[in-house]
Ligand binder design. Structure first.
Ligand code: DGJ
Length: 371
């Protein structure tokens, strides 16, 4: 009798708990953490480690300046997220590159097995300089939720030419006129490495970025470079804290940002957006047999109503769901530049049709919807 009561109590408790727990995604709606506060992790990326997902993102408030830093949330089921705190805090030291008021965007974290370290990279713009610095920066922690310790910033690949860069392009003079944009002559100059030459000595520009770790442990940093005209994919050193100097160009002159790279059945896929500041535009997709390219353009992966604005959002990450074959989540931001803290998260299933990634809108959905 007592046993029966216990079982009944247990079943009741479980059903109340599952009723309290989220079991679905609701793209675009306010998404609360387990304490009931709206999740504040924009331009985010996810690391799966110790059977837990860690979501890192930009803490935003009334402006886009970094006043807090990079936040971290953890989850076992991808619906319910526990706030883990500030993984990387901005500094109060006016001499620090990450002083409060700088810009920190699109943080991503990867795990370095060799050194047992968590490595965070993010797009960094120095305080009061707008988007001029175009840097990427690295921070390190021994635990997933941090605190991460700031290491340094980079303009990547200083003193190195990309793969396939023609000998004759290396020695071309740059004249003032060359840098004046949007003429056919200028476009040709861009294709022939105008900005790569300009930034050769001090390092290349790096704005929107992501990270990717391949099956063999090699890690790559993918970033919008050359005044956002061309994406660069750069190999990271074995400790993931620096650049080896080996890099390649993706879609030269194609104006791609918001890169998200993933792999399926040995093929590499890349989702990007065009460059329209905080306004959404049509996403793009690419695939390649080798990470070094050539990258084949596959067009807009978004399908249906509002596909031309990627459902009013911009890509930030593609998450392979652990333990489910061919289940990928397209993660994007619906920016609210007038009130950045109210930016929304658009998570949608990414599926494949005839070898192409496709994303369809869903008002609500769950992992069970993956076939
Ligand atoms: C679009 C980028 O994707 C964002 O991360 C941010 O840098 C804005 N541009 C700034 O205008």
């Amino acid at each position: 009798m007592k046993n029966k009561k216990n079982i009944l109590f247990y079943l009741l408790l479980m059903s109340v708990l599952s009723w309290m727990n989220a079991q679905e995604f609701h793209p675009g709606e306010i998404w609360k953490d387990t304490q009931g506060n709206p999740i504040n992790a924009h331009g985010g990326g996810i690391l799966f480690q110790n059977n837990t997902y860690y979501w890192y993102g930009e803490h935003k408030d009334k402006t886009n300046d970094a006043r807090i830093g990079v936040t971290c949330y953890s989850s076992r089921d991808l619906y319910n997220w526990k706030y883990e705190g500030v993984a990387l805090a901005v500094s109060n030291d006016p001499g620090s590159e990450i002083v409060s008021g700088c810009i920190i965007e699109r943080p991503k974290v990867i795990y370095n097995k060799k050194n047992k370290e968590y490595i965070m990279w993010f797009h960094l713009e120095l305080k009061d300089q707008g988007y001029k610095a175009a840097k990427t920066a690295v921070a390190v922690s021994k635990t997933p939720a941090g605190p991460f310790v700031y290491v340094k910033s980079y303009n990547p690949d200083a003193g190195h030419w990309p793969l396939g860069f023609k000998e004759e392009w290396k020695h071309k003079e740059i004249t003032e006129g060359d840098l004046k944009g949007w003429t056919p002559e200028w476009e040709k100059e861009v294709q022939e490495g105008l900005y790569i030459r300009r930034d050769f000595k001090n390092g290349q520009m790096a704005r929107d970025m992501t990270l990717f770790v391949d099956d063999n442990g090699k890690a790559y940093h993918i970033h919008s470079s050359e005044e956002n005209m061309t994406l660069h994919i750069s190999e990271l050193t074995d400790d993931y804290k620096g650049f080896t100097g080996k890099y390649a160009l993706i879609a030269p002159g194609g104006q791609n940002e918001a890169p998200a790279l993933f792999k399926k059945d040995g093929m590499y896929y890349l989702i990007t957006s065009g460059c329209t500041s905080w306004d959404p535009n049509a996403a793009r997709s690419f695939r390649a047999k080798s990470i070094w390219g050539p990258w084949e353009s596959l067009g807009n992966p978004a399908i249906g109503e509002d596909a031309e604005t990627t459902f009013h959002s911009q890509s930030t990450f593609v998450l392979p769901v652990h333990g489910k074959k061919d289940a990928f989540i397209f993660m994007a931001d619906r920016w609210r530049p007038k009130n950045p803290i109210d930016g929304r998260y658009i998570w949608l299933p990414l599926e494949f049709q005839n070898g192409r990634p496709v994303i369809r809108w869903k008002d609500h959905w769950s992992l069970k919807d993956f076939k």
